[in-house]
Write a protein that binds this ligand. Structure first.
Ligand code: NAP
Length: 246
């Protein structure tokens, strides 16, 4: 199949491109650095020529709610309209488990708007909600790290390996549109502070972690709101296996 990956240079997008190419598909890469901008629409119609299905794994600014909403609304609206013009038959959106249970997170507000547009849009769709990735704790700590100290919320998560997410997206996009897919998660619950500590140790880095709910993630994300729901699809790679391969 001829399949486009939006966000093709990103963490999940690049692994999805690799998985699709391993399976013999022809992949069109979409990202600003490759000359296609979903916000302005530049290069989009040309990129989607002959494309049968699309994986959307983009990311945008998440600091402020208006910014996140603006990015996901505009980028998703432009992408879906271009897909309709090109006759694309399947739009697969990578989303996040728990976004409908958490208020006050700018990125989640943007993702909810993205899901709404896809579900109401002109192209048959599958939404794949995934839990946090194995590299999420390290990324969150990096947002505040200064002079060897970082703050991080003690979130309860059930993280998944990026390559496992990409493998599922590559499988789903070649099939029929399913509507809302089961939650996608890794095999074991983890504490985000512990994940960050172990990731830093594996990389040989000394970072003092200060657990707090006063940072980017507040207490609306405490408890079990980020864990996968009933009937979740559980992928195999454990956090320990992922760490061992760093
Ligand atoms: N991190 C997690 O734990 C987690 C968990 C579940 C779901 N997710 C979701 O997974 C998705 C992908 O995350 P990721 O970490 O793989 O993202 P990422 O590494 O930040 O990559 C983002 C991609 O989007 C592209 N992009 C950004 N703005 C664009 C624009 N205007 N036009 C075209 N392409 C654009 C970037 O390329 P250019 O900069 O070249 O444009 C890049 O290829 C996100 O939507 C996130 O919500 C994340």
């Amino acid at each position: 199949m001829r399949i486009a990956v939006a966000g093709a240079t990103g963490n999940i997008g690049s692994l999805t491109v690799a998985a699709l190419e391993r399976d013999g598909h022809e992949v069109v890469r979409i990202s600003r650095s490759l000359g296609v901008d979903l916000v302005t629409g530049d290069g989009l119609d040309d990129a989607l020529t002959g494309v049968e299905a699309v994986v959307a794994a983009t990311n945008g600014p998440a600091a402020r709610r208006e910014e996140a909403l603006g990015f996901f609304a505009t980028a998703t609206g432009n992408l879906l309209a271009a897909e309709e013009r090109a006759g694309v038959r399947h739009h697969v959106l990578l989303s996040i488990v728990g976004i409908h249970r958490v208020e006050g997170n700018a990125h989640y507000a943007g993702k909810r708007e993205q899901e709404r547009l896809v579900a109401a849009g002109p192209v048959p769709w599958t939404i794949v909600p995934a839990t946090q990735f194995h590299d999420f704790a390290e990324m969150v700590a990096s947002w505040t790290e200064q002079d060897g100290v970082a703050t991080i919320a003690p979130l309860l998560v059930q993280p998944i390996a990026p390559a496992d997410v990409a493998g599922v997206l590559a499988e789903v996009v070649t099939g029929e549109p399913l509507g809302r897919h089961a939650d996608l998660a890794g095999p074991e619950p983890q504490d985000l502070v512990d994940m960050a500590r172990r990731t830093h140790r594996a990389r040989g880095r000394e970072v003092k972690l200060v657990p707090t709910w006063a940072g980017v993630f507040g207490t609306s994300m405490a408890g079990e709101v980020l864990l996968p729901g009933d009937g979740a699809r559980i992928e195999k790679t454990t956090f320990d296996e992922w760490l061992a391969a760093l």
